[in-house]
Design a protein around this ligand. Structure first.
Ligand SMILES: [Zn+2]
Length: 369
């Protein structure tokens, strides 16, 4: 991985904003981590997923209840959506250490990702370190590296497939969780790398957790449904809920960074020792957007991922606090003449993501000609 440094000549914004948020929590006597309502939300989301799983898999074998196909389809779509919600609300906060004041609780709830079939050890490197530090920097931020099918940065090589990427990307988003569980995790495990970043030697504990996760996933989410429902019903159900989860997860994460108006940087072109001519916090503000900040439902369901500006500045602050700290962040941005980017609604952000992907799918030679 290239060595990347950020400019340090304009750190006043970062200092001011950090101080203001510290003061907010002090003045209100609040912890920066999650609260009781977050625990209740986590419990509710898990209850929805587990009860749908039990109903779909065992209702016929144990109680002789044959669910109508339409009901099964609706339940599978709901389960896929709530699995993504567990990812946003429980796993994401926990892996950042923001879910609870207790680090053991954060570690346990961080395994929510393992519950979904992927490994949280790799997520913490990919997301907490690479994505959060080097947001939208091509060559390091694994979130924007999806070759050869998707071109997610103007610095990436173009191929003729990309001109249609905005038309087929939803299908790729749909299969992304299956790709993650069955390919990407193993690729990281056997290469001991996340994208261009070499990992330290993995501990025995993490080796065991990795293999336990994969065996648990196959046993609970593949073999058990096959035994109770048969192969064809299993295949349809497995594909459907994963497809829904993949689309919900991918779209929500992409709306913050791959939209019109964001900045990109290219570590590979900058050389092995790259310098970003911007303070880290200001760079975050130029590469990140909020969306639909006034929607109570989205704020509840998406685990604060509609407040990505606040999240990128303060990843260790639980998402339950983002609506309250957002006006403070906006005020300080205004004072320092730093952009605070946002889309008023979810659909405006979705539209901008599709438009951005269409733009990135244009042949750069023709665009510059
Ligand atoms: Zn994050």
């Amino acid at each position: 991985m290239p060595q990347i440094t950020f400019a340090t000549n304009n750190r006043e914004f970062h200092k001011d904003i950090s101080e203001a948020i510290k003061q907010y929590f002090k003045a209100n006597g609040k912890s920066q981590r999650g609260n009781t309502s977050l625990f209740l939300k986590a419990f509710f989301m898990y209850a929805v997923v587990i009860s749908i799983y039990l109903t779909l898999v065992f209702s016929n074998a144990w109680f002789g209840i044959q669910l109508p196909n339409l009901v099964s389809i609706l339940m599978l779509c709901t389960m896929g959506t709530f699995m993504a919600f567990i990812g946003f609300n429980v796993m994401h906060d926990s892996c950042h250490g923001a879910f609870s004041n207790n680090s053991t609780i954060n570690e346990i709830f961080g395994y929510s990702l393992n519950f979904l079939g992927a490994d949280c050890y790799y997520w913490k490197v990919k997301h907490n370190v690479l994505h959060h530090t080097y947001t939208n920097i091509d060559g390091v931020d694994d979130d924007i590296f999806k070759p050869p099918f998707l071109r997610m940065s103007p610095n990436q090589p173009y191929n003729s497939m990309h001109k249609n990427q905005h038309k087929y990307m939803l299908f790729l988003y749909g299969i992304s969780t299956l790709f993650w569980i069955f390919y990407m995790d193993f690729n990281k495990y056997f290469t001991n790398k996340v994208h261009t970043t070499e990992l330290p030697k993995m501990s025995l504990k993490n080796h065991l957790i990795f293999w336990f996760t994969k065996i648990y996933f196959i046993a609970v989410w593949v073999i058990t449904p096959i035994v109770f429902l048969g192969v064809s019903k299993f295949l349809i159900g497995f594909f459907l809920y994963n497809f829904v989860m993949g689309i919900v997860m991918s779209v929500v994460f992409q709306l913050a960074h791959i939209v019109q108006g964001v900045d990109f940087a290219d570590a590979q072109n900058l050389g092995n020792i790259a310098k970003i001519e911007e303070d880290w916090a200001i760079f975050q503000m130029k590469t990140t957007f909020d969306f639909s900040p006034n929607s109570k439902f989205l704020t509840w369901a998406l685990g604060g991922l509609n407040f990505q500006v606040e999240h990128h500045l303060f990843p260790k602050v639980s998402h339950v606090h983002y609506p309250a700290i957002r006006p403070i962040v906006k005020e300080i941005c205004k004072n320092h003449n730093v952009p605070h980017n946002e889309f008023k609604s979810f659909w405006l952000a979705v539209k901008s993501h599709f438009a951005m992907m269409a733009q990135l799918g244009e042949n750069p030679k023709l665009v510059s000609a």
